[in-house]
Design a protein around this ligand. Structure first.
Ligand code: FAD
Ligand code: NAI
Length: 466
């Protein structure tokens, strides 16, 4: 095999692409991965999941030291913020994790082709002027921030930033306006609120967090308000002007009406992400994207062009790192002639605020729309002994089951460790569990996870602690 000839070429080294490349190599295939960034790991490790969680953790420690610990008798005197140390710790985590992927590539003999990849034909990819061939090519090019016309982002010291800029603000803004009450807006808005900013979230829809269960969307708005965030729902931003380090935003009701202006010294644009499919020269292989710019695939992650596959944020479905990773494993297994499957009905999602917000499976409305007769129960965290002891009263666990078969259709929760709790429901759903199965599983006491058991007991109408 020539040096430039591979069994598999993966374009993009995010959680989808790097996992696909490593698994393909593990399965004995000569594999290359094309990545144009300086470091591996894609959006998630460089400017997404990892740096945002580092800042969420750091800012949570700051808030706890300021407001949370004293009631337990831990008196921290003169708590102060060293923002550059916090940002530095985040950068260290990113460096360690992206370096870790480079180590894994070497260990598994995956060749990193540095540069932008584009198709020459269905078995040839051009990188940095040189052609590389492979029988199978995986598109794993991920996604980028959706721009908002009239609100220009400048991530290098500007007032208006996107998520990448909001991960490295040099000082805590006095007033941050977040455009978009979705996952990024609420996570990064929480970071800067905890560090001292007044935060206003402007959301086009009448509720936060589209796609989540309605009860969660309502309750989370109450919690964020209680934490001091100002929420302007059913509101749109129609223009922005930047002058002398301040932005003046024009906003108006989403349904139309009188405009008003708000001033901010930082604006975070977080209205969604769109797939990276431009620049791949897909025309050369006769592959069209859909209206949303996504690459359409079948159940096996194959596109309609033989030998070309696609996974992760650039294909339909939730834009989540763990979904991309699982698709990466599955596509490599399919290419190697094994059976790679992802159950897209059971992909958990988590918002890493405090408390965390998590869900898996169908929402109650979605289950009804799908034709199920539904029974559900909401168990409040206030009635969970561990949450009560830790003074974490906010939130609930809601389990949704089919009224006839009792099979669990979904679960939604707000709790300090909801991101961890949701995993047990995902696993139960993979095993086709009923709410009774969860209700009769012995849960350790005292744990937050007991709220999942109680919610499942409630579906039958017999919870104990409420
Ligand atoms: P990406 O991670 O986007 O990787 C694609 C890679 O392909 C990029 O490195 C890009 O440089 C490269 N590339 C693109 N085109 C080419 C080309 N032509 N040639 C060479 N290389 C190319 N998800 C979670 O599940 N949990 C979280 O907590 C979470 N937090 C997030 C926080 C933020 C602020 C953001 C922005 C996102 C977050 N996400 C989170 C989403 C998550 O980052 C994505 O779902 C995930 O990274 C998608 O993986 P991917 O492999 O499909 O694409
Ligand atoms: P999002 O889709 O979660 O939220 C965008 C919000 O902006 C929506 O509520 C939408 O109604 C609103 N919006 C759209 N246009 C608007 C406008 N003109 N004015 C006001 N509001 C407007 O997108 P977000 O937060 O940018 O995140 C992008 C992706 O990244 C998500 O799909 C998410 O899955 C992923 N992500 C996941 C995280 C996690 O798993 N914890 C963390 C961060 C991001």
């Amino acid at each position: 095999m020539a040096e430039t000839d591979f069994d598999v070429i993966v374009i993009g080294a995010g959680p989808g692409g790097y996992v696909a490349a490593i698994r393909a190599a593990q399965l004995g295939l000569k594999t290359a991965c094309v990545e144009s960034r300086e470091t591996l790991g894609g959006t998630c490790l460089n400017v997404g999941c990892i740096p945002s969680k580092a800042l969420l953790h750091g800012s949570e420690l700051f808030e706890e030291a300021n407001h949370g610990m004293a009631k337990f008798g831990v008196i921290a005197k003169e708590v102060s913020l060293d923002l550059s140390a916090m940002l530095g710790e985040k950068d260290t985590a990113v460096k360690e994790l992206t370096g870790g992927i480079e180590y894994l590539f070497k260990k598994n003999k995956v060749t990193w082709l540095k540069g932008k990849g584009s198709f020459v034909d269905a078995s040839t990819v051009k990188v940095d002027g040189k052609d590389y061939t492979a029988k199978d090519i995986v598109i794993a090019t991920g996604s980028s921030v959706t721009p908002l016309p009239g609100v220009d982002v400048d991530n290098d010291g500007g007032v208006i930033v996107d998520s990448t800029g909001a991960l490295k603000l040099p000082k805590v803004p006095e007033h941050m306006v977040v455009i978009g009450g979705g996952v990024i807006g609420l996570e990064l808005g929480s970071v800067w609120r905890r560090l001292g900013a007044k935060v206003t979230v402007v959301e086009f829809l009448d509720k936060l967090l589209p796609g989540m269960d309605d009860d969660i969307r309502k309750e989370s708005a109450k919690i964020f308000k209680k934490q001091g965030m100002e929420l302007k729902l059913s509101t749109k931003v129609t223009g922005a002007e930047v002058k002398d380090g301040k932005a003046t935003l024009t906003i108006e009701p989403a349904a139309g009406g009188d405009a008003e202006t708000i001033e901010a010294d930082a604006v975070l644009v977080a209205i969604g992400r769109r797939p990276n499919t431009d620049g791949l020269n897909l025309e050369a292989i006769g592959l069209e994207t859909n209206q949303r710019g996504q690459v359409e695939i079948d159940h096996d992650f194959a596109t309609k062009v033989e030998g070309v596959w696609a996974i992760g944020d650039c294909v339909p479905g939730p834009m989540l790192a763990h979904k991309a990773e699982d698709e990466g494993l599955a596509v490599a297994e399919n290419i190697a002639g094994e059976v790679g499957i992802v159950n897209h009905a059971v992909i958990p999602s988590v918002v890493y605020t405090m408390p965390e917000i998590a869900g898996v499976g169908m929402t109650e409305a979605g289950a009804k729309e799908a034709g199920h007769t539904v029974k559900s129960f909401k168990f409040p965290m206030m009635a969970n002994s561990r949450a009560k002891t830790n003074r974490e009263p906010d939130g609930f666990v809601k389990v949704i089951a089919d009224a006839e078969t009792d099979r669990v259709l979904g679960a939604w929760m707000i709790a300090s460790v909801a991101g961890t709790m949701v995993a047990q429901v995902a696993q139960a759903m993979e095993f086709g569990a009923t709410s009774e199965d969860i209700a009769y599983t012995c849960h350790a006491h005292p744990t937050h996870a007991e709220a999942v058991k109680e919610a499942a007991m409630g579906v039958k109408g017999l919870p104990i602690h409420i």
